[in-house]
Design a protein around this ligand. Structure first.
Ligand code: ACO
Length: 332
């Protein structure tokens, strides 16, 4: 799916917030659980450390403070929100949705609320849905959350996946604007590659011996990621009539520094325009892009008028890009 925001009301990001667990887990600590090393992990992935949720922390415990911050930054209250979408593969539980739990905690009594599953691309899908609802006039203010507690579904004896992921969540408030905001979206899915990154036994399909842990064919996902990050971004830029040179801030999914470097080189985006935090957080799945956006805001890179390109990819296999003309001045 590819589309340009030509019809309908302009929609923008009016506030953002994020939250990661307090506990920092270094590569050296992981080498106590599996046969790995700080050197291997840094060289192959660029990851130095990640945050891991405490046993009592579920996704909503990370999403709630992130959402509160986003609402505060947008200058609104929970009751002003009429749509909540939480992109995740690790909701608190299958039902009620984490979005409904958040709606209750935030006092968003008039909000429609649901979770969305599109792997690490979930936040891009959720942004596009929120955009569509607002642009069409069905909703006035949406809270879009991306977050995961991937540590709950990792096999802590499997070095090929354990070292890659971390926990975290981010949230944005979407509002209509006079001008600027989202220019377009490109979203896609290729279910034929689904078994390259999957969680067998986590739903209604019965498996002989399900262990309910993430399973990944790292090499295949690597090839897929390097291809779609570039293709999705190029297609969207072309459809929006925007040159790569005009992109001020590039926010790629934070899966692996080598994948990010490859995409950045192929697209021809100068490295100083790329947001990177995979070194500190690892791959936080649906939380990755909103956490990186929050980092870009914190270091003053998101200025009114900045052109921001985001691209994600993940389980499904799925991918997605969004292009937005930032409308809010960063409060540094
Ligand atoms: N520590 C030490 N050695 C390891 C580790 C580890 N943590 N993991 C694997 N190895 C070993 C392998 O067993 C293999 O050993 P062998 O040659 O004796 O068989 C060797 O290292 C090389 O393995 P490769 O898989 O070829 O290593 P590669 O350079 O491809 O890196 C990696 C592996 C980091 C997983 C890479 O393939 C990758 O990043 N893939 C994409 C992963 C990804 O992005 N996933 C998520 C995307 S979607 C989402 O975000 C949910």
């Amino acid at each position: 799916m590819i589309g340009v925001a030509r019809e309908g009301l302009p929609v923008t990001i009016a506030g953002l917030g994020c939250r990661v667990p307090d506990r920092v887990v270094t590569n050296d600590e992981l080498s106590q659980y599996v046969d790995t090393s700080d050197e291997w992990i840094r060289e192959r992935t660029g990851i130095r450390e990640r945050r891991i949720a405490a046993p009592e922390e579920a996704l909503s415990d990370l999403a709630l403070p992130a959402a509160r911050k986003a609402l505060e930054r947008a200058g609104i209250e929970g009751a002003d929100i009429d749509l909540i979408i939480v992109a995740t593969v690790t909701p608190d539980m299958a039902f009620p949705s984490t979005a409904a739990i958040l709606a209750d905690r935030l006092g968003a009594v008039d909000a429609a609320a649901y979770d969305l599953s599109a792997g690490c691309t979930g936040f891009m899908y959720a942004l596009a849905q929120g955009y569509g609802m607002l642009a069409a006039g069905l909703a006035k203010r949406a809270l879009v959350v991306g977050g995961d507690v991937l540590s709950r579904i990792l096999d802590w004896t499997d070095r090929s996946t354990l070292v890659l992921f971390g926990d975290g969540a981010g949230a944005v408030v979407l509002e209509t604007a006079d001008s600027g905001g989202f220019l377009g979206f490109e979203l896609g899915a290729d279910g034929s590659g689904g078994e390259n990154l999957w969680l067998p036994g986590s739903g209604s399909r019965i498996f002989e011996d399900p262990d309910r842990h993430v399973k990944m064919n790292g090499r295949e996902v690597f090839k897929f990621a390097t291809r779609v990050l570039v293709q999705s971004a190029e297609d969207l830029l072309e459809r929006c009539g925007v040159a790569v040179a005009d992109v001020d801030v590039y926010v790629p999914h934070q899966a692996n520094l080598r994948i990010i470097d490859h995409a950045t080189r192929k697209l021809g985006i100068p490295s100083e325009r790329v947001v990177i935090n995979v070194d500190r957080y690892g791959n936080t799945s649906s939380g990755s892009i909103p956490l990186a956006l929050a980092d870009a805001e914190a270091d003053g890179r998101l200025r009114a008028g900045s052109l921001v390109l985001m691209t994600g990819m993940g389980a499904g296999l799925t991918w997605g890009s969004a292009l937005i003309r930032w409308t809010k001045e960063t409060a540094v």
